[in-house]
Write a protein that binds this ligand. Sequence first.
Ligand SMILES: Nc1ncnc2c1ncn2[C@@H]1O[C@H](COP(=O)(O)OP(=O)(O)O)[C@@H](O)[C@H]1O
Ligand SMILES: [Mg+2]
Length: 368
Amino acid sequence: MFLQTLSLLNFKNYTEATLHFDQPICCFLGNNGSGKTNLLDAIHYLSVTKSAVNPSDVQNIKLGESQFMIKGRFKMNEKTKEVVCSFQSGQKKIIREDGQDCIKFSEHVGKYPVVLIVPQDIELIWDGSEVRRKFFDSLLSQIDHSYLENLIVYANFLKQRNSALKMFAERGHADRDLLASYNEKIIPAAKFIFKKRKEFLQEFIPTFQKHYQNLSEAKPENMDIQYRSDLEDRDFTELLTKNLLRDIQLQRTSCGIHRDDFLFLLNGNEVKRFGSQGQQKSFLIALKLAEFQMIAKKKKFKPLLLLDDIFDKLDDTRIDKILKLVSEDTFGQLFITDARPERCREILSRMNLNADVVMVENGKFTIS
Ligand SMILES: Nc1ncnc2c1ncn2[C@@H]1O[C@H](COP(=O)(O)OP(=O)(O)O)[C@@H](O)[C@H]1O
Ligand SMILES: [Mg+2]
């Protein structure tokens, strides 16, 4: 897969812009606030039908305008595919592939996969379980659209179940039939997701560990990911029945896969507490490289790799190791942003890599 052209109309700080890509590596260089991340985000949008930065589509429209459009031309197996994402304030967003409206966005996700590495990835280690679930959900959704469909069903009916529990508390009466009808939808979806998460990790962890060892300079370290779920060793139907009174009291569903966590461990201890800064950085990069490899393996082609401002955060050894993978053809097409053009050029020349260079300034660019 190769993104040949990217066109934007009123997307964030871009009025109208078209970029053509020839080289497997393209660098977006320029000062902070100029619009480099916005370009990566547009590519991300084409892939997963949403922004990685701003979940509010209205805020992705250029200030003062009423709609945005992102268009990408991809080369896939000698054919070209045109993907258009557009959104007009107050209306449903539209995704089109070769002129055909996409009805189910869950079927679009994963067709043009991307892996994004950003400085904010540190939240995966530092924040609560939700970000880690999101990471694995987004990864699994890209490789299996039935996973995403089950996730949507689960989220919808869980929301309805929780609203019903609130209503019961207000009215002082619980409608058990209504709860049973939600459970009927929630239970199979939860079981499906639990099984997929568990199976997936068995394959993912060795891939992740291999990348971690490659990145870390020190002696072999025992980095691991442990999946925790209410559904482990317990039947979800029984669990919901057992917790019914508690759920009514709490006015929310107190067990289920929405509480799952993925523990990041170093020798059995939390990486967040016991990992050095260097170990945490390697952990995150290894996680993302493993994500890339898993998608490539399942899809049988390479996702786009988007590296946002990572040269600021990584030392030369780790940068060289990542770019070595690029030069060894492990990766397909790569987009890099950097606020320091001279550093980026120096790194590319050190690694002997050719790249398209786009200089970005206030939502406009020059090609060099
Ligand atoms: N909806 C929008 N309309 C106009 N400008 C926007 C919008 N959303 C973000 N921006 C602008 O985009 C710029 C940030 O772009 P970004 O790609 O994050 O920069 P960087 O080059 O640092 O990665 C900021 O100047 C911000 O004001
Ligand atoms: Mg940026």
